[in-house]
Design a protein around this ligand. Structure first.
Ligand SMILES: Cc1cc2nc3c(=O)[nH]c(=O)nc-3n(C[C@H](O)[C@H](O)[C@H](O)COP(=O)(O)O)c2cc1C
Length: 165
């Protein structure tokens, strides 16, 4: 049994629920897994492996890069996996997907993740500020909850093998 941290950033909660689903799947596989928000002080200290996730906002991944930079010495010693949550994954718009992939690489740099993926997220206009509603309307973003729980669970189930934990 290994200790696995799922460190995540979130603004509106959809990435938090994805992180929790990943931790649950890892627990079901017999590991000790904690989903901890980066803003709440998530730390890789004492963990055998770390999953890092964050949502995409206006072309940038929230929280992830700062977490990586702050904890490079510990993160370089353990297997790491990363995921980004966004709406480009809903429409599979090639430009948006390529951007998300590039942003994920940049946020995880200089780590060499054993797995990286892009998950579709959720957009609930009621939870947005006036400016955010304006920004997503302008971008013609799809509205709704597009999280694919089966795909999230399947990705999580493959992690221990890839992380060799
Ligand atoms: C103001 C705003 C900007 C966003 N910008 C992007 C973007 O640039 N690319 C993208 O694919 N999704 C974008 N999204 C969609 C979010 O990534 C998606 O809603 C995600 O699930 C939010 O995660 P959270 O609930 O954990 O904060 C944006 C959403 C909002 C509200």
């Amino acid at each position: 049994m290994s200790r696995i941290l799922v460190a995540y950033a979130t603004k509106k909660g959809s990435t938090a629920e994805i992180a929790q689903a990943i931790a649950k799947e890892l627990q079901a596989a017999g590991h000790s897994a904690d989903a901890v928000e980066i803003a709440q002080g998530a730390s890789p200290k004492g963990y055998d492996a770390v999953v890092i996730g964050g949502p995409m906002y206006l072309g940038k991944i929230e929280g992830m890069g700062k977490f990586v930079q702050r904890h490079i010495p510990e993160l370089e010693k353990v297997p790491v996996a990363g995921f980004v949550v966004c709406l480009a994954a809903v429409t599979k718009d090639p430009e948006g997907m390529a951007w998300a992939e590039k942003a994920l690489h940049a946020a995880l740099n200089p780590l060499r993740p054993v797995a990286e993926t892009i998950f579709a997220g959720r957009l609930d206009p009621e939870k947005l500020s006036w400016f955010q509603r304006f920004a997503v309307k302008k971008a013609k973003s799809p509205v709704g909850d597009f999280r694919d729980w089966a795909a999230i669970a399947a990705w999580a189930r493959d992690l221990p093998g890839k992380m060799k934990v």
